[in-house]
Design a protein around this ligand. Sequence first.
Ligand SMILES: NC(=O)c1ccc[n+]([C@@H]2O[C@H](COP(=O)([O-])OP(=O)(O)OC[C@H]3O[C@@H](n4cnc5c(N)ncnc54)[C@H](OP(=O)(O)O)[C@@H]3O)[C@@H](O)[C@H]2O)c1
Length: 314
Amino acid sequence: MRAFAVDSFGSAGSVRELPVPDPGEGEVLVRVHAAGVNVMDPIYTGGWIKDYMEHRFPLVPGIDVSGVVEAIGPGVTAFKVGDEVFGVSSKPFVGGGTFAEFATVPVSGLARKPANLSHAEAAALPHVALTAVAAIDAADPQGGQVILLVGAAGGVGSIVSQLASARGAKVVAVTSEASAEHARALGAAETVDYAKDAVAELKKRYPDGVDALIDLHSDAEAFAGYAELVRKGGVAVSPRGPAGAAAPSIEERGARFAAANRAASERLGEVADAVSTGRIRVPPIKTFSLEEAPAAISEMANGHVRGKLVIAVR
Ligand SMILES: NC(=O)c1ccc[n+]([C@@H]2O[C@H](COP(=O)([O-])OP(=O)(O)OC[C@H]3O[C@@H](n4cnc5c(N)ncnc54)[C@H](OP(=O)(O)O)[C@@H]3O)[C@@H](O)[C@H]2O)c1
């Protein structure tokens, strides 16, 4: 099969012929049509977490997938050959990913692909939409509440914004000026430019504070700054590990800190339903070929993706 892989940390990588893998216990072999690109991909290929997880070379990145079941591993009853599936591939090691014509994927991460979505659209969703679901669970936005959303224009933010505004909350999005229109199109009622002392501007606009903060970008110090806007009894949510260091200062002020890690893949059905019924739409997608994977990975690493990047494999 054709697969994109890197041979060492930080190398650009290339498309080459690799053997089609055999599905193990609890896995299916997916004929990959499209693979979503995530923040994890440059982290894996760059070796940023090499001391914490086993990395297998040649390292094929990619955790998000949409495709068709080609073969079934031992013990699998939930899917059959020919099923169209989408989901996220979580393995106990890094590698054997979805930037390839075939990938083995644990069925615990898969759901049936909604018929009204293309493979590229379905591949854009799993990791970021499940993380958005976790952030929404943690913030629990209610009608009329004000939700401050930092990092609104990226993959997770593009879904959080829609889910929160669908509940009747007012989303105030912190973005670059260039991404403001994108954020408004996906449900933000207001935008604030992060390059122009956003915290001071927000304190002017919301002197009584906001009900919740969902911050998808900041590390501890900046997160603590935005969290000063959360009123007593409110909640400050982050999916980023380093932001947790701000928790004591947030709690001292009478608000709560909540981490938001990707929700379980069983919730993919909810995501599929929200998209199929039009409650949320797939964010704008920029598509790359398998050969263009290095460009997709470095664009992801630059941190200013608007919507989602997807590798169209076939
Ligand atoms: N814990 C988990 O399970 C989990 C799961 C998924 C993601 N995450 C984390 O969540 C974060 C967001 O993921 P993602 O997939 O949405 O990332 P992404 O698609 O790369 O989003 C990046 C966005 O951040 C915005 N941004 C850049 N600089 C900013 C700043 N100074 N202030 C505010 N926004 C800024 C960019 O907007 P502009 O274009 O306007 O600059 C861009 O749209 C990442 O850190 C990721 O690692 C955690």
